[in-house]
Design a binder for this molecule. Sequence first.
Ligand code: NAD
Length: 517
Amino acid sequence: MNVGAIERGRHALDEALATLGIEEAAVFHDGERWRQAEATMPVLAPATGEHAAEVADVGAEVAAEVAAGAGHAAEFLRLTAPEERAAACLALGQRLHEWAEPLATVLAVETGKPPAEALAEVAYARSYCSYYGRLAATDLGSAGQVPDGRARVVTRRLGIGPALLVTPWNLPVALAVRKLAAAIAAGCPCILKPSELTPLSGGLLLGRALSSTDSTAWLAVLPTSRPAELVDALLASGQIRKLSFTGSTGVGSALAERAARHGVPCSLELGGNAPALVMHDADVAAAADAIVRAKRRNAGQTCVAPNRVIVHSRLHDALVDELRARFEELRLSGPLDLEAGLGPVIDERARRRLDHWLAAAEEEGARVESFATRPERGTFVSPTLVCGLDPASELLEEEIFGPILPIIAASDDRAAIDQARSASGGLAAYVFCADSIRGAAIGERLNVGLVGVNRGIVSEASAPFGGVGSSGHGKEGGIEGLHAYQNTVSVLFDEPDLFGQAAEALDDSAEVAAVHA
Ligand code: NAD
């Protein structure tokens, strides 16, 4: 990484922050106004290891006050008109569109991802604003009758109340907006606690974007270096009615237990370890294209990244050749480097973990092939193919979260399916075969929530996104994602007796009425 790129990165970050109106280091939004925090914390740029910015570090002392503000906002937000909620979603989407470039610049510096990927992430985030903007004004509840026709039922969906959104660093804009858009559409005030690694793009800038619209949406943004303390204080406030968490399986499971103690329902989007199955009749070159596309995104740091390619043994060598040809073309690129390559992994700890797994795999006798030389600065990891792994290798057990791709041969399609089925759960899987309908049927057997058949993209605003078992529960996206932030209220009232038939039927009905009482 050269000095020019570092300086360009720093200058672009300052310019972007000024454009977005974040000039003071220690501000956070409490849902009503921007406030000064008592302390600040640093943000580091993973591509250079440099100090990129200083931001507010909010402590548990603000929790009760912010939660009370959210509780108050919930009273009026749950009753706002559907069109008003829709307009708030669309206004956020419009602001993300107008601010896409500076927002993507900050995102690229904070995460190290190339600008083109950062821009794509902002566009993906906007797709949730458009989708939920449309849905808010059309998913209007239901009206019907009880089965014996004696009463009517009107069921409305109302905002569940203050929602606490806890998000990770890997797709900080998209994963926060995915929650935020659904919660706004549902009529919930939100408290967003972004990752301490991406507090600007994943939090403060989104607060700025929303507060610059004239919608009634309510959002507090609380960056902190002490997440457990702050989240626990918010849960203990008695105001939070929903916790939506995206992050690692360990943190999410522990948090769900703490939320349960306060009676707070959770949606959990947790870790994945996606298999990519290449069946006996697959188009090997097309499969390699899609696998590399899905793997290279965010340098392999996505919860849906293919982490194990399981290929029919007849196609194994041909597939490895195709993958190698594509990995040879990958390069490593720094912040704001316009020639999109792979960015760094998020920090030194992540890089050390990946290095450890590769060393262990080599010791176990696997063939490890790395491509693209690591630059001296920044937490880069070379894209790497690993063949001939021991089935008990850590590299197959753990969520890799980096540009390392293990490839395993299966004796036939049945064996490939058996290997891909995870006992503890799963989030995504990919299936490559000649017949997409057969691919879909295979995907449905895999114990995951999302399947890409002959494609490397599985995430889409209209499709419910989420895993099973240890990958979490609850969905984001689709109508399920909206309903996750709503409660139903069913109002029953008797059918009117327009012409006195009820009196005639009264005798017959006495017995039935007694049963219903
Ligand atoms: P993480 O679990 O370390 O952190 C996630 C969030 O939880 C952050 O905001 C963090 O500050 C907060 N947190 C950490 N410890 C906490 C505690 N004790 N109490 C309360 N909050 C706490 O995860 P990460 O490293 O930021 O993100 C990577 C993980 O996220 C990977 O496992 C990845 O698979 C997962 N992920 C899942 C999805 C999905 O949709 N299923 C999407 C993206 C990432």
